[in-house]
Design a protein. Structure first.
Length: 365
């Protein structure tokens, strides 16, 4: 029994630490996931809680994992793990049945799991957690409660600081498709022989007031007594999808300049602001000043946004504004505004609004 509990302790501790750490690296990504769920369940009025909940969840997971694996306040840690699993296991079952969002985001962008895979993972993990929870009273504390609580509080503070650091200065480890060093055109290619999406197509026909569903193999093509009503196509198997897809840069004059930018051998600065009205005005002003400096030095500078034309007009200042899909912008960089430096279609560097001076110094060299 001791060996089983030791294995359970290691498994539960490592899974919770890893899950919390990955989310803390990219807290804004977790916030986007909460927003997706709120939208899917028609709870848009709770979107303002997305970021606080993201930081709270990753902190709870990480501290729980540390407690379980180190023994610091182990009873509280095992109880916390039990409560988290009791809440999330049935929740992931509902998500697997309804599939409102394809990826639960439990391991951020490091590991993508389907909702059914997540539910299966939680069932297995719950068994280990139950083993620890039922035997929590048989284990003695390592140090005095005061010292253990002080250690837990210090670790919690440092971890929350780590989360906010990543939020301000971009993720310490970039798991996104648009990480530094990525050649965008290469990531957009579909390999030869890659599988395509497979659909099941059915046709609805009506005869004598009765409707019947047919497939491509048996639909009444030459029988005029049947009246065609509608066609349905259902995705039955997802094919290969390039890491980067739906990437396009379109000017306000509806000119697609994606290829021009990706093939340009000169440096190009992309200022990314998914929604201009949601960005800090001071941070936007700094970006606009950089844009004016770039144009004066002959450096290409474009502002990519998903904001509507009416909103863009408010900030119109002679710079080049372009429209790009909002989801793509969120994936490109976890900052509003954020900056990418591109040359020959390769991402040379990425900066948030907080470390913009580093980009300014680089461009002056």
């Amino acid at each position: 029994m001791k060996i089983i509990r030791l294995i359970s302790r290691i498994v539960v501790g490592l899974v919770f630490i890893f899950s919390g750490f990955i989310k803390a690296i990219d807290p804004l990504g977790s916030a986007y996931k909460f927003s997706d769920y709120f939208q899917a369940f028609h709870l848009d009025f709770l979107k303002f809680l997305s970021l606080p909940l993201a930081i709270l969840l990753c902190s709870a997971e990480f501290i729980t994992g540390v407690s379980v694996i180190t023994g610091l306040r182990h009873k509280a840690g095992k109880t916390g793990a039990f409560l988290l699993m009791i809440f999330f296991t049935p929740l992931t079952f509902v998500l697997a049945l309804t599939n409102p969002v394809s990826d639960c985001g439990c391991f951020g962008d490091a590991i993508h799991l389907t909702n059914w895979q997540t539910f299966g993972k939680n069932i297995i993990l719950l068994m280990f957690v139950l083993m620890l929870f039922t035997g929590r009273k048989s284990v003695k504390s390592i140090f005095k409660p005061l010292y253990e609580w002080l250690a837990v509080i210090c670790i919690s503070i440092l971890f929350i600081f780590f989360s906010f650091y990543n939020l301000k200065y971009l993720p310490l480890i970039d798991f996104l498709p648009y990480k530094t060093g990525t050649n965008i055109p290469e990531k957009m290619k579909r390999p030869d022989g890659a599988s395509a999406d497979q659909y099941l197509t059915t046709f609805i026909y009506e005869k004598d007031g009765a409707r019947k569903e047919f497939t491509l193999n048996n639909y009444p093509a030459n029988d005029t007594s049947w009246k065609f009503i509608e066609q349905k196509s259902i995705l039955v198997k997802k094919g290969f999808e390039p890491p980067i897809h739906n990437f396009s840069i379109v000017t306000l004059q509806n000119q697609d300049i994606t290829d021009f930018i990706l093939k340009d051998s000169a440096y190009t600065v992309l200022m990314v602001s998914r929604k201009l009205k949601e960005a800090n005005t001071g941070d936007l002003s700094d970006g606009f000043k950089l844009g004016q400096s770039c144009l004066a030095e002959g450096i290409n500078f474009y502002i990519l946004t998903a904001s509507g034309s009416d909103e863009v007009k408010i900030f119109e200042n002679g710079l080049n504004y372009c429209n790009t899909d909002e989801t793509t912008l969120k994936t490109m960089i976890r900052s509003n505004p954020g900056y990418l430096l591109i040359k020959d279609g390769t991402i040379v560097g990425k900066w948030s609004w907080a470390n913009l001076p580093e980009l300014c110094i680089l461009l002056k060299k």
